[in-house]
Design a protein around this ligand. Structure first.
Ligand code: GLU
Length: 449
C-alpha cells in the first residue's frame, strides 16, 4: 500500500487504534484515505469539522445474541451484527451476510465501502451492513428458517423503511429474505414492504434485482472497454465464485458474446473450454444448492474440476472476481498480467488485495473497484424501494434499462472524476473521490451530527 497524505495520517492512526485487529476495515479505510489526499489539497473545506474522522466512525454499531434450536433439539448460539455507518444521504442500506468468517471488522469494512458505493449510485441511500457468523452450509430448510426468525427477532427493532433497509449478501438470498420479512411482518404487524430488498416477486420484490449485481458489473466492464473502442465479443472471461453475483455476471457476458471459461467455489474451480453451461450451473447452485464439483460429474466431457487450484491461473482477457474479499492476491495479479489480462472488474466487495490493485495500475490493466462496478445490486434495491413506496411494479425491461443507465452514470462519473484529479483511467481514485464528495456535501449541510 502506498503512503497517505500527511494531513490524513492522524485519521488513519486513530482508526487503527480504535478498531484494533480489524484488518479488513483498516484496509478499506486506508484505500479511501489514500485517494482523499488529492481532495483535501484541492478542497480543504471537506476536511473541516472533522468530517473525514466522522465518516470513519459508524453512527451506530449493534451486536446481539442469536439463539436458535437446530434439528436435533440442541440450542445454538450465533452472534448478529448491524453496523449503521452513515445516513447522510438516506436510510442505512446494505446487505446481510451469513458466513462463519463474519466478525465486527468484516461488517465494518463492508459498511464503510457501502457508504461510497451507495453515494455513487446517485440514489437516496445511506450505508450500512449486517450479518452473522452463522454457517448455512449443510443446514436444513427448517434450520435456516428458525435462524432467520431468531436473527430478525432482535434486528427488527433497529429497522424501518425510513431507518435501515437490509438486503442479501453472501449466504443470504431470496429464501432468507423471505423468512426475515415474514418475521418482521409478524412482529411489527405492519406490511412494510420497503423495509427489506431482494424480496420475492409475489410479495413486493423488484424484477431484475436477482440479476442486478452481475448484470451491472458487466455493463460497467462494457463501458470500460468502450473507452478503448473494444467490446466483450469473443473475449475470454474468467469469473470467480458461483453464487448470485457470479451466475448473473456469466449470463450477461454470454449475452454479449464473451466466452466464460471458468468459475469457482471455495474448494476449487471448474474449467470448461467450451464455455460454462449456465443452465447446469443454475440447476446445481440455485435449485439443488450443491457444490460446484457436481458440475463436472453432470456435464461429462470437456469440463474439469481443479480441486484446490487458483482460478487466476486460467489465461483470460477479462477477470471478474465475484467470490469474496482478498481472493485475488499480488501473486494472482502477476499471473493474470503475465497471461495478458486487459480488464479486471470486481463483482465482490474488495476481492483484490492492495498489492494486486497496485500491480494492475502499474501494468496498464484497466481495473474497476467493487464499490463502483458492483453497485448495480444496491442501485436496483433502491429501485425496489421506489416501487414499494409507490405501490407499483415495473417490467423487467424497464428496470434493467434503469440499471444500465445507472451503471453508465457511475462509470462516467468515476472516469470524469479521475480526469479532474489528474489520474486518468484510475477508477479507484475516481470512485473514492466521487462517492466521498456526495456524502461530504450532504454531511456539511446537516451540521455536526
Ligand atoms: N450486498 C449487496 C452489496 O454489497 C447489496 C446490498 C443491498 O442491496 O442493499 O452491495
Amino acid at each position: 500500500m502506498s503512503k497517505i497524505d500527511e494531513k490524513l495520517q492522524p485519521v488513519l492512526d486513530e482508526v487503527l487504534r480504535r478498531n484494533a485487529g480489524e484488518a479488513e476495515f483498516h484496509q478499506a479505510v486506508h484505500e479511501v484515505l489514500e485517494s482523499l489526499g488529492r481532495v483535501v489539497a484541492k478542497h480543504p473545506e471537506y476536511a473541516h469539522h472533522a468530517l473525514i474522522e466522522r465518516i470513519c466512525e459508524p453512527e451506530r454499531q449493534i451486536i446481539f445474541r442469536v439463539p436458535w434450536v437446530d434439528d436435533s433439539g440442541q440450542v445454538q448460539i450465533n452472534r448478529g451484527f448491524r453496523v449503521q455507518f452513515n445516513s447522510a444521504l438516506g436510510p442505512y442500506k446494505g446487505g446481510i451476510r451469513f458466513h462463519p468468517s463474519v466478525n465486527l471488522g468484516i461488517i465494518k469494512f463492508l459498511g464503510f465501502e457501502q457508504i461510497f458505493k451507495n453515494a455513487l449510485t446517485g440514489m437516496p441511500i445511506g450505508g450500512g451492513k449486517g450479518g452473522s457468523d452463522f454457517n448455512p452450509r449443510g443446514r436444513s430448510d427448517g434450520e435456516i428458517m428458525r435462524f432467520c426468525q431468531a436473527f430478525m427477532t432482535e434486528l427488527q427493532r433497529h429497522l424501518g423503511e425510513y431507518t435501515d433497509v437490509p438486503a442479501g449478501d453472501i449466504g443470504v438470498g431470496g429464501r432468507e429474505i423471505g423468512y426475515m420479512f415474514g418475521q418482521y411482518k409478524r412482529l411489527t404487524n405492519r406490511y412494510e414492504a420497503g423495509v427489506l430488498t431482494g424480496k420475492g416477486l409475489v410479495y413486493g420484490g423488484s424484477r431484475a434485482r436477482t440479476e442486478a449485481t452481475g448484470f451491472g458489473l458487466v455493463y460497467f466492464v462494457q463501458q470500460m472497454l468502450a473507452t478503448k473502442g473494444a467490446t466483450l465479443d469473443g473475449k475470454r472471461v474468467v469469473v470467480s465464485g458461483s453464487g448470485n453475483v457470479a451466475i448473473y455476471a456469466i449470463e450477461k457476458v454470454q449475452q454479449f458474446d464473451g466466452r466464460v471459461l471458468a468459475c469457482s467455489d471455495s474448494n476449487g474451480y471448474v474449467l470448461d473450454e467450451g464455455g460454462i453451461d449456465l443452465a447446469l450451473l443454475k440447476e446445481i447452485k440455485e435449485v439443488r444448492r450443491e457444490r460446484l464439483s457436481d458440475y463436472v460429474r453432470m456435464k461429462g466431457a470437456g469440463a474439469h474440476y481443479i480441486e484446490g487450484g487458483s482460478i487466476w491461473d486460467v489465461a483470460c482477457d477479462v477477470a471478474l472476481p465475484c467470490a469474496t474479499q482478498n481472493e485475488l492476491t499480488g501473486k494472482d495479479a502477476t499471473t493474470l498480467i503475465r497471461n495478458g489480462v486487459q480488464v479486471v472488474g470486481e463483482g465482490a466487495n474488495m476481492p483484490s488485495t492492495p498489492d494486486a490493485v497496485d500491480l494492475f495500475h502499474q501494468n496498464g490493466v484497466m481495473f474497476a473497484p467493487g464499490k463502483a462496478a458492483n453497485a448495480g445490486g444496491v442501485a436496483t434495491s433502491a429501485l425496489e424501494m421506489q416501487q414499494n413506496a409507490s405501490r407499483d411494479s415495473w417490467t423487467f425491461d424497464q428496470t434493467e434499462a434503469r440499471l444500465a443507465q445507472i451503471m453508465r452514470g457511475i462509470h462516467d462519473n468515476c472516469a470524469a472524476t479521475a480526469d479532474e484529479y489528474s489520474a486518468p483511467g484510475n477508477y479507484v481514485l475516481g470512485a473514492n473521490i466521487a462517492g466521498f464528495v456526495r456524502v461530504a456535501e450532504a454531511m456539511q449541510s446537516l451540521g455536526v451530527i
